[in-house]
Design a protein. Structure first.
Length: 163
């Protein structure tokens, strides 16, 4: 349905956007506000998308530690739809308690909307890998511009291809 370039995290972030100082005192509030800022997704109503993300969150926290959370619906919501996958990056106004394994409060959220299980796992693993790298983690901690974030992701993805 989509080519490999469509699955590149940099392209997904370009599509989903980067949002600064997003209000919300809880994961539920923050996710609702992120959904309100993102480009509309024709395949699913905002309320339904939030419900599915919070349902997934109830299973186990998507807070991966080091101040990062990767919320997403349990099942792809774009299957069979014309909508394209995306990743929205959000920086909350204040760090949020997300029940992370390391107890850290979340300062960066990568909201992942996928079209298939394969694409979802691919995106999740790439973002998780990126966030473990000090150079990238420092960039998101500093809340650099969307342009800088996308450039850092592109640089990392190009280095993976060239190995």
């Amino acid at each position: 349905m989509t080519d490999d370039n469509e699955w590149k995290v940099a392209a997904l972030v370009e599509r989903g956007g980067v949002y600064y100082d997003v209000p919300g005192a809880s994961p539920k509030d923050l996710i609702a506000n992120i959904i309100g800022l993102m480009p509309p997704i024709e395949a699913v109503a905002p309320e339904e998308l939030q419900r599915q993300i919070m349902e997934r969150e109830a299973l186990v926290s998507t807070g991966i530690g080091r101040g990062i959370a990767l919320p997403h619906p349990r099942n792809p919501v774009l299957a069979g739809a014309n909508a394209r996958p995306l990743v929205a990056i959000a920086f909350p106004v204040m760090p949020i308690d997300w029940n992370t394994q390391d107890g850290s409060k979340v300062h960066t959220v990568f909201l992942i909307i996928s079209e298939s299980a394969k694409q979802h796992l691919n995106t999740l693993s790439k973002i998780n890998f990126l966030c473990q790298k000090e150079k990238f983690h420092s960039l998101i901690e500093a809340r650099v511009s969307k342009k800088e974030i996308v450039a850092a992701i592109e640089e990392a993805e190009n280095s993976w291809v060239n190995k």
